[in-house]
Design a binder for this molecule. Sequence first.
Ligand code: SF4
Ligand code: MSK
Length: 656
Amino acid sequence: MDIKKPDAPKAINPSDVTICEATAQMLRKAQRDGVETAFDRAANMKACPIGADSACCKHCSMGPCRLNAKDPYSKVGVCGADIDTIQARNFARMVAAGTAAHTDHGMSILDLFREVVSGHITDYKIKDTVKLENVAKSIGIDVEGKSVSEIAKELYTELEKTYTQIEGEIPFIRRVPPKTLETWRKLGIVPRGAMREIMEMMHRTHMGVDQQYENITRQFSRTALADGWGGSMVATELEDIMFGTPSPVCVEVNMGVLKENQVNIIIHGHEPSLFESVFESVNEPSLIKAAKDAGAAGINLVGMCCSGAEMMVRHGVPHAGNFMSTEAVLVTGAVDAIGVDVQCIKQGLAKVAQCYGTVMFTTNPRCKIEGAQHIPFDDHNPKACTDEIVIKAITRFKNRTRPIEIPKIVNTGIHGFSHEYISYMLGGSFRSSYTPLNDNIINGRIRGVAGVVGCTNPRVKQDWVHVELVKELIKNDVLVLQTGCSQIALAKAGLTIPEASVLAGPGLREVCETVGMPPVLGLGACVDNSRILVAASEMVREGGLGDSIASLPVAGAAPEWMSEKAIAIGQYFVASGVYTVFGVTFPIVEKTRFHKHLFEELEQMGLGKWGFTADPYEMARMMIAHIDKKRKALGLDKSRERVLVDMADRRSMEAA
Ligand code: SF4
Ligand code: MSK
């Protein structure tokens, strides 16, 4: 009998899987070294088509049940669940998991804030008292005549409700434009408390509970809103209060930020408390001396993924790359230590680290990885952990044996556009406001605003969809706001500097040149998408662009998304009123009632809606068409035509 030999693994061509030159260079080196990365695994792991369509259910042991995506109503599960119930439940659980991740991150920051406020923690403090007052006032706390400590204690008590409240509305609901809030109240989707919403979502998606896709959609909308206007917003605001509100800073990005003659330490993950402490440790004179005694020119601290984005926008710490570059960067052999906390940390990192002698540390009790050393990080004594990481990195530097190859690519970008800074930048520090942004949208110089955010994913060419989409948007006068790994893609492409305004359409270019800003504004980490919600609310409050977020000429996209957090973010933007387009794949069968509900009916109910395409040009077209539809509804289509005619006239005059 012939025994079929297993197929040889498919080899990738690095230039086909990424446009990041540094990553491609390291993937070539990994191939020479016989080291496998997620790019190789993706090429050799065919995505399950039934799972990709969300046409399967394993919520009980009468199944798992697989339905036919090509003929979705031809079958039901053993319990009778139809395709709409099955995929709504699956989608809901993705929202619940993503919301849990962001809100648990926010809860850690809230715990830290409580301990700082009560004086039990002294390694961190309240840094931005202006922001403290503003956040307190925004949720109705009277700050008049109160000390910083009194305001902070009241703020803590209020914000704790974001998580634990059983009935009522979460505190940041007070920031939502009244018309948007009215729609939510009518639909019964105002979050009470994040824990309650996530718990109820998990209950309702248990076998034999909620089996009506519209009802499930209402609860996952409520759950997602508990993320965007709850857990994520608490994380962002308290991080700003304790670590500083970002303002634009010039940063170096890409793998060339590693330095062969220095001790290189990478921090990767999400919660900035770890990174802030490592930042202190690497500036400790005794540790700098130890590094020099070991023969290093110094200690080089570098960020990756969202931890990196947090430190980049607050302190200008260099950033080595986004999610799909985290294994590749270790292939340089130059990384002496990589410390991680939570979220987006590939298990494969531990193996790559071992191959190159990099010491990998997990630090958070929620995240341990086989093959990585665990050094517990305690907010009450953070330096115990982070000093040890630095000491171990120095030891590894001293004992480096493997050859080092660092791609000589460094890009620069200006990042750190908090929603507060956008208002100062456009309105001036004495009369900071969104009036100039709204005015420029109304007069048509800026056609609209797009949030382009999210991950990178080995199922598509790394960074390519982000970069092509953003280029198309700015060329068409759409101002782009960015968070997470997407902004790193654009920074590497050179689009986050003011000079990139030459790639913008004439109206946007004029605004960028007048203000001196890039056409692509990096706001922070993925948890900081809440800054975009606040900016959108400010635009509504400013006037002239309708009375709800749904009426704004704005759109959102996550062109290379991969995580459940991305689905939660997408859903809170949709529920807030924003048309949101995802790329890669969409976990729903087309031509089902649930698909129609998400892609059409939610908009008719006064919310936003979902869109999908993997093609960046089509994505830009869809987003611009939506922006134009909103402009038309606001009666702004005329002003834009006038500006375009003016610019065309001007160009023909220049050519003459
Ligand atoms: Fe199948 Fe219904 Fe059980 Fe899901 S809940 S596995 S559809 S029987
Ligand atoms: S890290 S969720 S890959 S943006 Fe926030 Fe990047 Fe996406 Fe993770």
